[in-house]
Design a protein. Structure first.
Lengths: 229, 254
């Protein structure tokens, strides 16, 4: 509690804590910062992608159930050389296979239906791949970055205590700055991990709900085509 | 890394991610109080000195003061008067003049006796304590006595100073790890600089060690642990504590 002890502690700011840390701890902090940036980038991309996919599914279901002519709907979707996305791509794949088999003619309705179902299954898998993209990365960040932060903290605390061994009289002021520096690594790790875990859980459930919607549409559309075949 | 159909969103998402991190950093910088400010302002010394100025305030106090002494003085004489009277009134009829004088002094004596005795005992105890303190301080601490002539120190002031030195010593003794100092009677001398708030203004300096480094360090730690030390509020008395040479024996006795 004297002036000389207070002076070094008084200029403790987050900048000095980061610059004063040892090199391994700084590396850990940098790694975690990059991880956090990437995970937030993916989080925002996924938010936009999933929101758009859900809106498109809603719109498509509305137009699908209100259109009387499937052929016209198919022409409208494939016009202008654009590839349909989401639920529309399932419809496009199924209807293209159906009309191709229809043109060949002389095929059993069950065979036609099976092959339409296979075509839609392939389109469904492609869509699911897009929806699931980046989710494993978020899961890894959520589970691993606290450990990386902890590694930095353990290293920093180790250094702080090694420095303490040279001093005859151990006071808290000699260890405290080192420990504070080290704890920042854990804080950054948690800052990266918590949003990643929340986002992963939320996105996984959104993707599941979209998958259920796609599958039920596939079944319903197969039934319609079976009746037409 | 980025799917083809996500490329349109990538720039917007990247900007938002950077924005989130900037926000986090701002919160981190401004929400935490990274500087640990110690409430240690020397200006407090000035406050002590400026206190005596409002002199007019104490003047009205003496006026009510003389009033209470009057009722205090009056009740004291009446008790002896009415008590002997009933005895006299009742007992004048039987012709026993010899008993009266005996009885009269008796009721008077036992009543003042317990009160006076208690007071005397208290006084005696106080005097003994003061003597003990004075002896202790004379034996163990010539330093404050030498420093004392700087200020206006009367005998009463010296007694006050000794009282506070004894309290400081007691507080430090409570914090010493006595196992480190062994069974003997090691005596150490420390120079301690104290602020008016009782806090140490510098590290305590050891003038005379006990010969046992562990014990020296234990006492040094105890002095730091005793912060804040008990010091008098009176600024004239406090001048003795600014640089206090404290003789100290961890196992008591001085």
């Amino acid at each position: 509690m004297n002036l000389t002890d207070i002076q070094p502690a008084a200029d403790m700011s987050i900048v000095s804590l980061v610059t004063g840390a040892s090199v391994p701890v700084q590396l850990v902090m940098l790694l975690l910062l990059l991880t956090s940036l990437a995970s937030w980038w993916y989080i925002f991309i996924k938010v936009f992608v999933l929101r758009r996919a859900s809106e498109e599914a809603e719109d498509f279901e509305e137009t699908f159930w209100h259109s009387s002519d499937l052929d016209q709907l198919y022409q409208g979707l494939t016009a202008g050389r654009r590839t349909p996305k989401g639920m529309a791509s399932l419809f496009e794949a199924g209807y293209r296979e159906f009309s191709r088999l229809k043109r060949q003619g002389g095929l059993d309705a069950t065979v036609t239906t099976e092959s339409v179902r296979r075509a839609m299954r392939a389109a469904y898998n492609r869509e699911m791949d897009h929806l699931d993209a980046h989710l494993p990365f978020l899961a890894s960040v959520g589970s691993v970055s606290p450990y990386i932060g902890l590694l930095g903290t353990v290293w920093g605390i180790m250094n702080a205590f090694l420095g303490l061994s040279n001093v005859a009289q151990a006071t808290l002021t000699q260890v405290a700055p080192g420990i504070a520096e080290a704890l920042i690594a854990t804080a950054i790790g948690l800052f990266a991990a918590i949003p990643a875990v929340i986002a992963y859980n939320r996105f996984a459930s959104s993707v599941d709900r979209l998958a259920v919607r796609y599958e039920s549409f596939t079944e319903e559309f197969t039934n319609i085509l079976h009746r037409k075949a | 890394m980025i799917r083809q159909r996500e490329q349109a969103l990538a720039a917007r998402a990247g900007a938002m991610a950077i924005g989130v991190h900037a926000l986090l950093l701002l919160v981190l910088v401004f929400s935490f109080n990274w500087k640990n400010v110690q409430p240690m302002n020397v200006a407090q010394v000035e406050l002590w000195d400026s206190l005596p100025e409002p002199v007019p305030a104490p003047k009205p106090l003496p006026e009510p003061a003389p009033v209470p002494p009057v009722p205090e003085v009056k009740p004291e004489p009446p008790p002896p008067v009415p008590e002997p009277e009933p005895e006299i009134v009742i007992k004048p009829e039987p012709p026993k003049p010899e008993v009266k004088p005996k009885e009269k002094p008796k009721p008077e004596k036992p009543k003042p006796d317990p009160a006076i005795k208690q007071r005397e005992e208290e006084k005696r105890k106080l005097e003994e304590l003061q003597k003990m303190f004075a002896e202790e301080d004379r034996a163990t601490q010539p330093a404050p006595a030498k420093a004392a002539p700087v200020g206006p120190t009367s005998a009463a002031n010296a007694g006050e100073v000794d009282k506070y030195v004894a309290r400081i010593r007691e507080k430090i003794r409570g914090n010493v790890n006595k196992q480190l100092c062994g069974e003997g009677q090691p005596e150490l001398e420390f120079q301690i600089a104290i602020l008016p708030t009782g806090q140490l203004s510098r590290d305590p300096v050891m003038l005379k060690g006990s010969g046992n480094p562990a014990c020296d360090q234990a006492v040094d730690r105890a002095i730091r642990a005793s912060d804040p030390l008990p010091v008098p509020n009176d600024p004239t008395l406090f001048s003795n504590f600014r640089n206090l040479k404290l003789k100290f024996s961890p196992n008591g006795g001085g």
